[in-house]
Design a protein around this ligand. Structure first.
Ligand SMILES: NC(=O)C1=CN([C@@H]2O[C@H](COP(=O)(O)OP(=O)(O)OC[C@H]3O[C@@H](n4cnc5c(N)ncnc54)[C@H](OP(=O)(O)O)[C@@H]3O)[C@@H](O)[C@H]2O)C=CC1
Ligand SMILES: CC(C)(CO)C(=O)C(=O)O
Length: 302
């Protein structure tokens, strides 16, 4: 299987290295500086689940020459999506599918608009990973799940093929037959989890000590569930309970990638996550006071 991964950051490099290690043909589509860094240092994954070292992965800055790509994985931040659409155009042929694994749902409409509904698969990742100064991936918790599935019937075969090659790889790959619900669940979870950790500038351990703060967490989850119901007819109260249980079970120092980015002074995905949820609330005429407040606090800090 030929896989092209756009973005060799924490997520793209982690799963790309695992697929390469498992025997897939992977090319990373990167920008110039990252290409140089990978050429100098290789691609190293330092992981609690076992290290992986790929010395000379294939990288390109211009994907025009790539042919017969089966799946294009999008692993950039939400605010970089616009820039990668022309790159996808260059390597997307009749038999190519697109699998976005970034957080949120705002990217689906532009991808479907440009490439058609039949091309875009459902995908998400659950992992806590970051790049260090050498460009190596630091993976610090046992979670390393990539979940994908068909959003239209015609996509079943490509998902089965991806699952077959992923089974040989040291990662937790899941082919989901209810990916739409999974996508909304992750969107609900991350909007609340990244919202509260970033706004409070605290990891989850401190947040869950305070019932008043957990009320806001629950408030955002409830508002997101209402949006998911109205938009797509998915998510129930049991999903809210599951999200809260997860937040209670996480390590006390666990925090969101948005909070980590904010601490490092990097750009954050506020508009892609909470901002887009506010747009959906407006379209559906839903009151979302918790979401509005958390958005406003983070906006002022960013
Ligand atoms: N990190 C995590 O633990 C998790 C992250 N996520 C989500 O995954 C997504 C990616 O996050 P993450 O991997 O952490 O982000 P990173 O910032 O680590 O990686 C993003 C990469 O995208 C690259 N990129 C941006 N624009 C382009 C472009 N035009 N062409 C090629 N490469 C490009 C950047 O390259 P450059 O070096 O050139 O800037 C960077 O290396 C986000 O939506 C995030 O919310 C989801 C679950 C967990
Ligand atoms: C919640 C978590 C860590 C799960 O992967 C995540 O997606 C993020 O912080 O971006």
């Amino acid at each position: 299987m030929n896989i092209a991964i756009i973005g060799a950051g924490a997520l793209g490099a982690y799963f790309g290295a695992k697929w390469l290690d498992g025997g897939a043909n992977v090319t990373f589509v990167v920008r110039k500086k990252r290409k140089q860094q990978i050429e100098e240092n290789g691609l190293h994954i330092r992981s609690i689940c076992g290290d992986t070292i790929i010395n000379a992965p294939q990288t390109v800055t211009d994907p025009s020459a790539l042919q017969d790509i089966d799946i294009i994985i999008i692993a950039v931040k939400g605010y970089h999506l616009e820039n990668v659409i022309p790159m996808i155009e260059k390597m997307c042929s009749e038999n190519t599918y697109i699998l976005p694994i970034l957080n949120g749902l705002a990217h689906y409409a532009p991808l479907i608009h440009h490439f058609g509904e039949h091309k875009v698969l459902g995908g998400l990742a659950n992992i806590i990973a970051t790049l260090n100064e050498k460009g190596h991936v630091e993976h610090t918790s046992k979670l390393h799940e990539i979940r994908f599935g068909a959003l239209t019937h015609s996509q079943t075969e490509i998902c089965e093929r991806l699952m077959r090659i992923s089974e040989n790889c040291n990662m937790d790959a899941k082919y989901s037959d209810r990916i739409r619900t999974d996508l909304w669940y992750k969107y609900m979870f991350i909007t609340s989890f990244s919202g509260i950790t970033t706004a409070a500038d605290l990891p989850i351990g401190k947040i869950r000590q305070h019932p008043q703060t957990m009320e806001i967490v629950k408030g955002i989850l409830t508002e997101m569930k209402t949006i998911a119901q109205l938009e797509d007819g998915v998510l129930e109260d049991k999903h809210i309970d599951k999200a809260i249980k997860t937040m209670i079970s996480l390590h006390e120092d666990a925090t969101s990638s948005m909070h980590q980015d904010m601490r490092k002074g990097l750009a954050i995905e506020l508009e892609h996550l909470q901002g887009f949820a506010l747009e959906l609330a407006k379209t559906n005429n839903v009151e979302v006071p918790n979401l509005k407040t958390i958005y406003a606090i983070i906006k002022a800090k960013s």
